[in-house]
Write a protein that binds this ligand. Sequence first.
Ligand code: AP5
Length: 223
Amino acid sequence: MSELNLILLGPPGAGKGTQAAHLVDDFGLPYIATGDILRAAVKDGTALGKKAKEYMDAGDLVPDDVIVGVVAERLEQGDTRDGFVLDGFPRTIPQAEALDRSLEAMGRRLTAVLLIEVPDDVLVQRISGRRICTDGHVYHVDFNPPEQDDVCDVDGNALEQRPDDAPEKVKRRLEVYHEQTAPLEDYYDDLGVLQRFDGTRSPDEVREHISATLSTLRLEESA
Ligand code: AP5
């Protein structure tokens, strides 16, 4: 099997985490989400968490040098041999350049950058209704509700709202996306690996579109 080295790109609330869960199920790839790594570090009170907390609380990005090494180290682990799903990284041009260097040093390259596009007004509505369980399963009170209110279908954990999903923090996170992360769309388009998806469609439709695109890419690769 050829490698599937994937990045999920898109603004907060676009559905990256939702689609990542499908990619993990459909392709058995390890999932590397920098937001989850940082939230776990904050919760555990590690040195990384202490450095990251104030930035995350404000809706800002943590400095590049705090996160770049964490991802490089994670990509070197054996379970990424057949590919990976990166969610939330890179988020700046220097992070993308650092990732290029890491992959080059490993003799690997990106298969695709999956950009999920959603307008800001829809994002605000999605984020305000998002509920997550402590193991990271994601729901929405209207668009993807759990069977029982505030209880995770998968493991029965209580569902809660992320602290950075408060309205004023969401506004800042969207500004940060447009200023610092959106330039990556041109960066990866220029490299010929960007694939765009209409994230306003239902989660199942987005999943099918991504799946079809990846199948086509694999066919092209093996031709
Ligand atoms: P991170 O955890 O990466 O958050 P984010 O990028 O803001 O993305 P979200 O998790 O909010 O959204 P998502 O696109 O995964 O959407 P979801 O699938 O949940 O980062 C958090 C913070 O960590 C950053 O602000 C920063 O401080 C720091 N950080 C992380 N990485 C960093 C890095 N590389 N450099 C520096 N700092 C970093 O979906 C949202 C909701 O919509 C859910 O309720 C879902 O059920 C629903 N939904 C999903 N798809 C659909 C659909 N198609 N239709 C209707 N509803 C849908």
